[in-house]
Design a protein around this ligand. Structure first.
Ligand code: SF4
Length: 234
């Protein structure tokens, strides 16, 4: 079984618990206004690998994965669901913790294929209304809510991540709504608020693409702290 990957990060510290190998899959159906990885968008690019080859590469770093494991991110990993399921199956058979970092936008069959081999889901909950979801990602929101229901049914623990963009997703009301959605689920474990940054601008420039949020300021660490305090999560 082969899949298309964009790149591998050997020691990631921000995509799930502990130190982790992080695989960035190639291809994403969304076009988030604040995307940091426009170079993962096309399904044609990247490098083709077999699940066995990729597992072998990741296992070379297994001594670093204590308290960690492997996270598959993107792009959108569920767009290559069968490949990710096979990779996770191989990793779990070696005792490696598996985390799926996803927007949740994918055919539900892909989720059903991957979740049985997933120890933790990191789900990016971007907006709380279909209107905003469509405006800033180009896709409807309902598949994401269906995906959260699917994680709950599969009894896989999950964290929710929310990128805090000034003037777009940073109001008390929007973040409180995100947290209310999370609290509907028994398998929900943690909310991570990620500050919007603009370090991706050079990627957009090199691809001759306009960055839609060029004029938007970065989110300050203070604002993130205030939001955690507002939710009593500090
Ligand atoms: S889901 Fe992730 S990779 Fe895809 S467009 Fe959005 S931020 Fe970029």
């Amino acid at each position: 079984m082969t899949g298309r990957i964009h790149s591998i990060q050997t020691m990631g510290a921000v995509d799930g618990p502990g130190l982790r190998g992080v695989v960035f899959m190639q291809g994403c159906p969304l076009r988030c206004a604040y995307c940091h990885n426009p170079d993962t968008w096309t399904f044609e690019g990247g490098q083709e690998v077999t699940a066995e080859e990729l597992c072998g590469k990741l296992l070379r770093y297994r001594s670093y994965y204590k308290n960690g494991g492997v996270t598959v991110s993107g792009g959108e990993p569920l767009m290559q669901g069968e490949f990710v399921a096979e990779l996770f199956r191989l990793l779990q058979s070696e005792g490696i913790h598996t985390a799926l970092d996803t927007s949740g936008i994918a055919p539900i069959e892909a989720a059903r294929c991957v979740l049985p081999f997933t120890n933790l889901v990191l789900c990016d909950l971007k907006f709380t209304s279909d209107t905003l979801y469509r405006k800033y990602t180009g896709m409807p929101m309902q598949p994401v809510l269906d995906f959260l229901d699917e994680i709950e049914a599969a009894k896989v623990p999950f964290w929710v991540r929310h990128v805090v963009v000034p003037g777009m997703t940073d109001s008390d009301e929007e973040v409180a709504s995100i947290f209310r959605i999370c609290q509907r689920y028994q398998m929900f474990e943690k909310l991570e608020l990620l500050p919007f940054k603009k370090i991706c601008i050079s990627k957009y420039q090199s691809m001759n693409l306009p960055f839609p949020l060029d004029a938007t300021p970065e989110c300050s660490p203070q604002r993130i702290q205030e939001l955690y305090q507002m939710l009593n999560l500090d």
